[in-house]
Write a protein of this length. Sequence first.
Lengths: 381, 349
Amino acid sequence: MSDITANTAVPHQAGAERRQPPVATTGIVAWARMNLFSSWINTAVTLALGYLVVRWTIGFVDWAFLNAIWSVPVVNGQAQTQACREIKGVGACWAVVTEKHRFILFGTYPYEEHWRPLLVCVLFVALYIVSALRRFWNWRLIPIWVGTLTAIGILMWGGVFGLTYVPQERWGGLPITLILSTFGLAFAFPLAVLVALGRRSKLPAIKTLCVLYVELIRGVPLISLLFMASVMFPLFLPEGMNIDKLLRAQVAITLFAGAYLAEVVRAGLQTLPRGQYEAADALGLSYWQKTGFIILPQALRLVIPPLVNTFIGFFKDTSLVLIIGIFDLLTAGKTAIVEPAWQGFGIEVYITIGLIYLVFCFAMSKYSQDLERELNRHRRR
Amino acid sequence: MKALRLSVTRALGGVALAASLAAPLAAQQAPAAGTATTLDAIRARGSLICGVNTGLAGFAQPDSQGVWRGFDVDYCRAVAAALWNDASRVRYVPTTAQNRFTALQSGEVDMLSRNTTWTLSRDTSLGFDFTGINFYDGQGFMVKASAGVRTARDLNGATICVQPGTTTEQNLTDWARANRIQFTPVVIEQLNDVVQAYVSGRCDAYTTDVSGLASTRSAQARPQEHVILPDVISKEPLGPLVRHGDQRFADLLRWIHYGLIGAEELGITAANVAQAAASDQRPEVQRMLGRTGDLGRMLTVDNAWLLNVIRTVGNYGEVFERNLVPIGLQRGPNALWTNGGLQYSPPFR
């Protein structure tokens, strides 16, 4: 009997208690006990937060789905929104989105031609997907981009192939946001690489120019650059000469993004060990060979997170063009609720627009995470 | 962070300074360049480029299909109707409060029809010509009906919601000082937020232009719970404007406005204008609608110009009725002079 441990249950022994099985250490209950209910303070916090989350969720579902109104009758072009006003605060009025979604997405683009901006958005998304696939990472990407962007230009402007001409001031909504951010980043990125290299150059003129550019642009908020492009610049042009308003904003955004991206790229260049540069020199590579084959491929993959951070930032910053009267996605949404019948239903519109922005930004950040994992595989031990 | 803020402020200041320096420069250039007149350029182009608001209920706003509608927009359409009898030949350029004047100075737009107040400095040093007052606006107050306030003078000691940085705030302070009224301002930047503050009872009154008050009131769930006080504490005469040196174009705009008023005076509407042109024997009607005389030719347009304008947009009363009555505005000072208002047309002869 001496080798029986103290814990061994001896059921038939008189006076012995029935013992509980040992506390589980795996499974959801155990996890909850360990992390959420380990002490009375944790339990209290868990219960309080749980209560709030449940209440808020129920409230949101009530507001957004159960009590919501999805459409209202339109009589003689006037939307009858009394029903929506009755339930204000209790239920969402998604009718505003139902009624205005085409305006929010495409702005003042001619109504019967809306298939064109729609196709443009599809083309943009397709372009992003194709560019994201590694299979296309070769020379084929260049004609794909040129071809798609030309098609986008033809679709938006028209005037050829039997498409009616649509002047730029009628463009609006999502295509504007996509055009501004895609073109802006597509041009800003090569510019940024050149400026970053220039800033580390030993040639004083090039270095000064690059430092001046970066510091000047970074020292000014985007909003004042847009003002410069839209308010000041036209005054310096000869009378009768007008550069397209969207193009001016596009150039301002490109220059601004370029300066920020340049600093990100420069960070990557500086992280590379000196040995890499020296090894490349020792191989007898020219400057451009060294940069193109050795330095940039390593430097750029190091700075993927801050690059994507800047990309996402700029995608959203394009909404600042509202101050110069360009109808991007956000401005179109704001304008949609100017009509007296729809005033006061901003939350519904802003949620919708926020979701659209979220889809694009989340896709970008998700892709960048995969890219980072893929490209830096050799670094993980 | 502080240094960054400072540099940002400086940069903005620099832009503002440069802009203020550049503005008179452009103003001086404009008349010289105006010799190739804007009207000729519009005709050669075949369309009118009209600067409008980016979105102001009743005055200029795109509807659900993206078609521009509103009081200011109808003035653009009227010009196109007078020139080509085709109101669709207008390209609308949305302009913000900041870039509207540059857009006109630089020739990006041919005219502004964008609820712009006629002031001396805009008429002279900015280099514009206002072509008439199509809407008499002014700053007023809105209070809750339950507060029992009858006039603005009862607001002594009240809390008043106002947006910052506009002339509205300045007018309020000036008026309070002149009338020895004490008030607590609640200054909120965003329109939606300031309205929300008033509705939720953070302030006793909300002040902005009467047209803005009316549209805010009409957007409330129960408009009858809010009252717009009869006092108007500032003058905000709004009208279309063109560049200095565009006299012929300005004449056309001016007489289109008078034509709309004249038509209302004479009872000519969009519905009966064709019949009036054919059978109304009143000499002034005959002259206005181009049956006799050469008034259109004098404005360098077709003699049937006003016939086409009225057929397209209706008379002044109809334009007002269609756009501004739905947002809760009354005719008030914008009634015809025969009805005790200020809208008056010189004679057509």
